[in-house]
Design a protein. Structure first.
Length: 358
């Protein structure tokens, strides 16, 4: 309610598919979204560039790849040309992209509620839209950390907000202490004792580390940690976030607890799949598309691309396409779009077993 108290306006997007249009209508100064929304906005721009008769992707790639703040020209002789080129690109294609997204007036951009892949954050940073990751939970009244907008470290969720302390326990679990941490669960003393220790440290259930500058780097949920048959610990969240960056992939759930190798359940991105079907003369019905051999080859290429970026033990050996997206309404996602792994694993247990049958 801080925005309301300050006399600001609060807008709500109608649904995920209309976010880009809704942003253009409202042109916010502050925009907060979950990673899935940021991925959708990224795809809007990529699709727009692909449709242009003149290929502009190269200019955008150069802007994003420039190892500098695109709004500032460095004074070193070597850096001047690169920075000047980045500055020009920022004032032309960068400005056009920000306007197209409806974020040309934005002063604070936040991603929260689920892991966002660093490459996606880097892409937005490159077009002049620095995303600050925030981290927290209900038990500490919302935010526990925030990336300072003027000192963002891509890949981290920032530093503890004033009044809070955060540290990593011996097993890697993050602990939070401070005035905004709750006193416990109502009339649930045993659960409260598990949540908060005698010194006031609250167990977050998340794994991570705190660097020397106080920035927090998340690894994944403690309960989601996969321990394979060889005893190797694998945090699936980064791999799932990377798979979801592939254009045709909507959602990804990595499987592998007690198994010899990792597998994945994937869903199709409805918009991207529809465009693919139109381009290839295929049925646009998702239940038909999941069986299209050409689309499956495209998905296989995407999985192989992701695999090349990871160590062998973290690579996906087999995958399966689900006939429908995971939804909140079907009980497969939380209201903030986190996957309910136990529900998904139980619902698609037979499909999972086909990937371990040999």
């Amino acid at each position: 309610f801080g925005v309301v108290q300050a006399g600001g306006e609060t807008w709500f997007a109608r649904r995920l598919a209309t976010v880009a249009d809704d942003l253009q209508a409202c042109r916010p100064t502050i925009f907060m979204a979950v990673p899935r929304v940021w991925q959708k906005l990224h795809d809007v721009i990529i699709d727009e560039l692909d449709a242009k008769p003149i290929h502009l992707g190269g200019s955008l790639d150069r802007l994003i790849a420039a190892d500098t703040d695109p709004t500032r020209v460095r004074r070193s002789a070597k850096g001047l040309a690169t920075s000047a080129a980045a500055f020009v690109a920022n004032q032309t294609i960068g400005r056009a992209v920000r306007r197209k997204l409806g974020l040309d007036q934005a002063r604070l951009l936040v991603s929260a509620a689920a892991p966002i892949h660093p490459d996606l954050v880097r892409w937005f940073h490159g077009i002049g839209l620095p995303i600050a990751e925030v981290y927290g939970q209900t038990e500490d009244c919302g935010p526990a950390t925030l990336n300072p907008p003027d000192a963002i470290r891509i890949g981290s969720v920032g530093r503890a907000i004033p009044g809070l302390e955060i540290r990593s326990a011996s097993d890697g679990e993050l602990l939070v202490r401070g005035g905004s941490v709750c006193s416990g669960y109502f009339e649930m003393p045993e659960a409260t004792a598990e949540l908060i220790d005698g010194a006031g440290w609250m167990a977050t259930g998340d794994l991570g580390r705190v660097d020397d500058a106080g920035y927090v780097w998340l690894t994944g949920r403690k309960k989601d940690l996969i321990i394979n048959a060889a005893g190797k610990n694998i945090a699936p969240s980064e791999l799932e976030a990377r798979l979801s960056m592939e254009k045709l992939v909507g959602q990804a759930v990595v499987i592998g607890e007690g198994r010899r190798y990792l597998t994945a359940l994937l869903t199709l991105d409805a918009d991207a799949a529809g465009e693919w079907a139109n381009h290839h003369g295929a049925s646009a019905d998702i239940t038909d598309l999941v069986h299209d051999s050409r689309l499956r080859e495209a998905i296989d290429a995407s999985v192989e691309r992701v695999n090349r970026e990871h160590a062998p033990v973290e690579q996906i050996k087999y995958w399966r396409l689900l006939p429908a997206p995971l939804t909140v309404e079907d009980g497969e996602l939380t209201p903030t779009y986190k996957v309910k792994r136990s529900v998904v694993a139980e619902r698609y247990a037979d499909l999972v077993e086909t990937m371990y049958a040999t």
